[in-house]
Structures are given as C-alpha cells and as structure tokens.
Design a protein around this ligand. Structure first.
Ligand code: GUN
Ligand code: ZN
Length: 460
C-alpha cells in the first residue's frame, strides 16, 4: 500500500508509480473529440468555460494523462508506436464525479412512496441493518462499483452503514479497481433502530481505526460520517468534533437541511442552535473538506458561513424531487461562493447516471429561473464536483498531469440520440445527451488509465 499525502499534482509532473494500482496500464492513446471544462471565471452560473478539441488525442501513461491536443500533432513521432483506441465519433470527457451516494442503498433504489423520515424508517434502516452480513456488503460493493463505471462515474463520496466492516469492504473494492473514492462508516447513536446504532465511544474508535487504515492509501480518503444531526447525540457530535480536530485533512460527510420536517425536528433537538448548519458548526464540522448533501433550507447567513469556511454542497436533484424534499436554489448557492458538486444520492436518488442527474439539475434550476447550459452541467458533474471534494488538482478535467479518469460517450449509441446529434452542434449534442443519454452511451470508462467497464471499451 502507498500513502498519498494529498498534496497538489502539478501539470506535467513526473508520475509517482507507487501511487497507482498494481494493475499498471501500459501507455496508449485515445482519439476523439475532447470535451472538458476550464477553470470557471467566477462564482456565477454561466462563468464556466467549455474546452473542445475536435479530432483530439490524449496520451495516457501509467495512469496519468501525459499529452493532450489535436490528433495530428499528438499522434506522431514519439507516440507513433502507441496503440490508439479510435473513438473519432465519440466525446472524450472527464470521468464523472458523484459527490454523495450510499452504496448500501443500491437495492432500495426507486422504492415507492414516502418522504424522507418515513422512507428512512421503512426502507433505508432495514436495508442498512442487513449489512451486518459482510458477504452481502461485499457482493453489493462489487455491483455498486460496476454500476458506477457502467455509467461513467469514476469517483464518488460514499456513505457506508454504521458497521465498520461496510467501510472496509467498499475501500477494499475501490482499491482493487484503482479508483479515487472517499468513504466512511456512518455514525449514529440515537433515533434509529438499535441494530444499527453505534455509541459515541465505539463510533469514535471505529472511525479512527478506519481513518488510520485507509486515509491517503492509494487513491482513497476517509470521511468522518455522522449520518445527520437527528441521529447523533451531543456526546457523539463531540466525538466527531474531536476526530475532525485530530485529522484536519480527513473529510466530513453528512446531510443538511433536506426536508422541512427534518429541519423542524433539528430545531427541537438543538434549541440553542441558530440554524441546522449551526448545529454542525458548534462542533467544528463546517470547514474545508466538509461535504453537505442537499442544503435546500439554508438562509443567507448559512450560505455565507459555508462559503467562508470552504464547506461544500452536494446538489442531489433526483433525490430532492423523488423524496419530495424541495428544490435547491443552485444560483444562490453558487453566487454565495460555495463549492458545489453534483450527486445522485442513490438510493434516495433514483438513478446511478450522472447524465440523468444533470438533466434533473437543469429542471430544478429552471424552476428557479436559472436554466443551466450544457457547459454548466458538464462543469457541475466533473470539475465542480472535483473542486467541491478538494481533488480538483487530480481529476475533473483532462490536462496533462491529471489522473487518467476518462469516459467515452457515444452520441450514436441509440437511434434517437444518433438522430438528435446528426445535425446538432457539439453543445447541442452534449445537452441532449444529458437528457437522453444513460449507460448505453458510455462506450468506455477508464479509471486511472485502466478500462474499468469490461463489457465495453478495449480489452483490459
Ligand atoms: N438523511 C439522513 N439519512 C439520509 C439518507 O440515507 N438519505 C437521504 N437522502 N437523506 C438522509
Ligand atoms: Zn444521502
């Protein structure tokens, strides 16, 4: 195992061979239309920039992108001997980044009915209790990662269950795949079934052991994961505060202000707090590397505080509509200067596809008078998520020096998208793919330069 210190990766930096998996890929080239986002000019929606290289090529060596440019320039001389995977009719985009998802909820995706709190009781807690069975957890973890790759998702911020083994198991699976993943064991010591409760003491101890075992190993990182304020006692929140102080570069991952009843409940449980966010803030959990899913019911003071602290929002539009939670004010979130990523939130969210999830983000933002362009949607699902997760120097765009997480999207994968894209501009094609595309359009998924979707793409 190797430790990854978490520092920045300079463009064109020498590749540290140890930082990649043992399944080291050989050098090769990808040819196609390269589409990614440059740095956003500012915090406003519309400040994002699309970068397109028609008939472009990426050279990938030892898990990193080492060259990018027009195919005519890149595929000659020094690289003429490399195998070229020719996707000239396809788009080469950065691996998609899901900033909040629950792997133990894979089997309850799209469960009928109920708002958040009843849905937790009826579907979620029983499904998570079943993860006492490590074999179920292992089988689900393998399925879950395959499903991410099938959908072009190469990085995710993942919640386990309260069982420490559930976190070990997803880390073991992700490490085998050589993927970049942030995960943690859920901490919850009240207001949930006894079978899935930990205690302030065991939650602290197990989280600390997991963190010491996994944080910074290969492409993995640990998230201190109190489920949400209602399921942690004050003693447990003190324990999360201690962990967050002791490990300032570990992540904090939780839910915030998702549903009106939940917000009212938090007000009753923590009457001294100014707001739901303030509950977490009192325990030092609002900081850089903290990821808050949902954030629908925030006020301007909360938004200012999140921006100033460098905390991030995971915009989870399919979950927010599926559970009837509400609509995130994405424009206000971005304009406040809060880092924001896109998230499926499976199983509250009803699709593993970040394309579909982006299309829902469009609809939600439309309802708030801010229709998002193809560029804004791509940014949100790649560079925006990467920056929200503080890994924007490693993944999320396709410059040389970046880790080679690359997805090949085929606009002609279905008759309708073939027809829709036949006479469309590139931006129109991309926009339509968010709405009409899904796993059928993912022609290949490269994770650290390795083909991670063996049913598609070149042979591994
Ligand atoms: N709030 C607390 N737990 C959960 C969960 O599992 N899913 C969602 N969507 N919200 C939550
Ligand atoms: Zn969630």
């Amino acid at each position: 195992m190797t430790r990854d210190a978490g520092g920045p990766v300079a463009a064109g930096a020498e590749h540290n061979e140890e930082a990649m998996t043992s399944d080291t890929p050989t050098a090769f080239a990808l040819r196609g239309t390269i589409v990614d986002c440059g740095p956003a000019a500012g915090p406003r929606v519309g400040d994002e920039a699309l970068r397109v290289t028609e008939d472009g090529a990426l050279i990938i060596d030892n898990g990193r992108i080492v060259a990018r440019g027009p195919a005519g320039e890149i595929l000659r001389e020094d690289s003429a001997h490399l195998p070229v995977h020719d996707y000239r009719d396809c788009l080469l985009i950065p691996g998609l980044i899901d900033s909040h998802i629950h792997y133990p909820q894979t089997d309850i995706i799209a469960s009928y009915g109920e708002h958040l709190l009843a849905w937790l009781e009826r579907y979620t807690f029983p499904a998570e209790a079943a993860f006492a069975d490590a074999d179920l957890a292992r089988e689900t973890a393998d399925f879950f990662l395959a499903e991410l790759f099938r959908n072009g998702t190469t990085t995710a911020m993942v919640m386990g269950t309260s069982h420490a083994r559930s976190a070990d198991i997803i880390f073991e699976a992700a490490r085998r795949e050589g993927m970049r993943l942030v995960a943690g064991k859920v901490m919850m010591d009240r207001n949930c079934p006894e079978a899935i409760q930990d205690t302030a003491e065991s939650g602290y101890r197990e989280s600390r052991e997991l963190l010491e075992r996994w944080h910074g190993v290969d492409r993995l990182a640990y998230a201190i994961t109190p489920r949400f304020a209602p399921t942690s006692s004050e003693a447990q929140l003190e324990a999360t505060a201690r962990l967050a102080r002791e490990f300032p570069d570990a992540y904090v991952h939780t839910h915030l202000a998702e549903n009106r009843k939940e917000v009212a409940w938090v007000g009753e449980l923590f009457p001294e707090a100014r707001s739901y966010l303030d509950v977490y803030d009192r325990y030092g959990l609002v900081r850089e590397r903290s990821m808050y899913a949902h954030c629908i019911y925030l006020d301007d003071t909360d938004r200012r505080r999140m921006a100033e602290a460098g905390a991030a929002v995971a915009f989870s539009p399919t979950s927010n509509t599926f559970l009837g939670s509400g609509l995130l004010d994405y424009r206000a979130t971005r304009e406040a200067g809060i880092r924001t990523g896109l998230a499926t939130d499976v199983g509250g969210g009803c699709s593993f596809s970040m394309l579909r999830t982006a299309s829902e983000a469009y609809k939600v933002s439309c309802l708030n008078d801010t229709p998002l362009s193809a560029t804004s949607l791509l940014h949100l699902a790649t560079r925006g998520s990467a920056e929200a997760m503080d890994i924007g120097d490693r993944v999320g765009h396709l410059d040389p020096g970046m880790e080679a997480d690359v997805v090949v999207l085929d606009p002609a994968a279905t008759p309708l998208t073939a027809r829709r894209s036949a006479r469309a501009t590139l931006e129109e094609t991309l926009f339509a793919l968010f709405f009409l595309g899904d796993d059928r359009h993912v022609a290949a998924t490269f994770v650290g330069g390795r083909n991670a979707h063996p049913e598609r793409g070149p042979a591994p």
